[in-house]
Design a protein around this ligand. Structure first.
Ligand code: GLA
Length: 391
């Protein structure tokens, strides 16, 4: 059985520090870390200004570095499999930055270009144990870790909501992914033992306590990534905006059941109606789960998890056979209250709310019945981005 185990801040920092000294022959002066995330509920609604309820994970991206007295930035990234990749690009004091090759460096360049101050040349090492391409926000983790590193390096601090917005803008402009605000927000503002209810319209957020003495969130990585996300995600976003435009409202956040009926009267495209139905119902479910979770009403939370998955699969059409299979296995597993896909979809992870004493049984059942190779971890709600001290 494969478990994903977080290495922890100290181990990753040591690895990054030692690599920096070996690579550049001097010591780093600034360091920062930012986590990955899972979303409990509120899927594909952040870009409609809805409510989302994500949790920061103990998996981290750590960045260490120092100025190098030049006009050039060197970024060495050590991937999960130990492979090293390097990118070199001009400092923002020297010239403007543009997206380009290598593609992975666009996350870093986008953040540098959006940092509120011009930064002269630096050398950097990045290490991360956030699973890549698994729908747990390795991209936002990299963006926010790098932004936080720039804060440590320059001494310029940016307030958290602004920071999340700048990292989101970086992702829109450089990798070209029109994401919502959820990932950058939770990665910046996560808190140990809490989920975060984010109002994506007002950008106000509330920490929701998560007590894991009776039930836990078991995360199962399906280990599949279908190459659809690139084109399908912007389409979903556009379809939701089309529904809002038809209703003459700024976003679907302001829509209710009557508006869904109205869309049908307006002879709105069937797919657009389906997407709008998902969004309106998912926003309501998310607000409900944020109330039910602290009351430990796990059965009611679980019902909403299953409803959310069904809706993502049938109305939003962002699931895939592997995720559907995992949720179905959960449905017939004793001790499981509910399960759903999490993140953008087309692969990645499923989360299940499970009675603590049943976790091992559930894992064994998934291992025996799932057609792919699952990787498991129990979600431990963790802290958001932070500057790290170097000795
Ligand atoms: C991706 C995006 C988020 C959000 C989710 C779906 O993770 O980055 O902004 O839209 O998909 O909930």
């Amino acid at each position: 059985m494969t478990e994903a185990i977080a290495k922890g801040e100290a181990v990753l920092l040591r690895q990054a520090y030692d690599k920096f000294v070996a690579e550049y022959s001097f010591k780093p002066v600034a360091a920062a870390a930012a986590p990955g995330r899972v979303n409990l509920i509120g899927e594909h609604v952040d870009y409609c200004e809805g409510f989302v309820l994500p949790v920061a994970l103990p998996f981290l991206t750590v960045v260490v570095g120092a100025y190098n007295n030049s006009d050039e930035c060197q970024v060495l990234s050590i991937l999960g499999n130990g492979q090293e990749v390097k990118a070199i690009f001009p400092a923002t004091t020297a010239s403007g930055l543009k997206p380009g090759e290598p593609a992975w460096a666009n996350y870093v360049k986008g953040v540098l270009a959006n940092f509120p101050e011009k930064v002269s040349g630096f050398d950097v090492v990045i290490v991360s144990d956030v699973p890549m391409g698994s729908g747990v926000s390795s991209s936002a983790s990299l963006e926010v870790a790098f932004f936080t590193f720039l804060e440590a390096l320059t001494g310029t601090r940016v307030e958290p909501v602004k920071k999340a917005q700048l990292c989101q803008k970086a992702e829109h402009e450089f990798p070209g992914m029109p994401c919502g605000i959820m990932d950058q927000f939770i990665v910046t503002m996560g808190k140990k033992d809490h989920a975060l209810l984010i109002d994506c319209r007002s950008l106000e957020a509330k920490h929701i306590p998560m007590d894991s003495t009776e039930a836990v969130i078991l995360v199962v990585n399906s280990n599949v990534k279908h190459q659809l996300t690139g084109s399908e995600y912007p389409q979903r976003r556009a379809q939701c905006q089309e529904a809002a435009n038809k209703l003459k409202i700024p976003s679907l956040r302001s829509a209710d059941i009557n508006d869904l009926a109205e869309l049908k009267c307006l002879k709105c495209d069937e797919l657009v109606c389906k997407r709008a139905t998902h969004v309106v119902e998912e926003i309501a479910r998310t607000e409900e789960v944020a109330k039910l979770l602290p009351q430990k009403d796990f059965s009611e939370v679980g019902i909403r998890f299953y409803q959310s998955h069904e809706s993502l699969s049938k109305l939003m059409e962002v699931s895939c056979p592997e995720l559907d299979q995992l949720v179905n296995i959960m449905k017939s597993s004793p001790g499981v209250y509910g399960a759903r896909m999490t993140g953008g979809g087309f692969g990645g992870c499923v989360i299940a709310l499970v009675k603590k004493e049943f976790v091992e049984d559930v894992k064994r059942k998934v291992e025996a019945q799932y057609s792919g190779s699952p990787v498991f971890f129990v979600c431990q709600p963790s802290d958001g981005a932070r500057i790290l001290k170097l000795q």
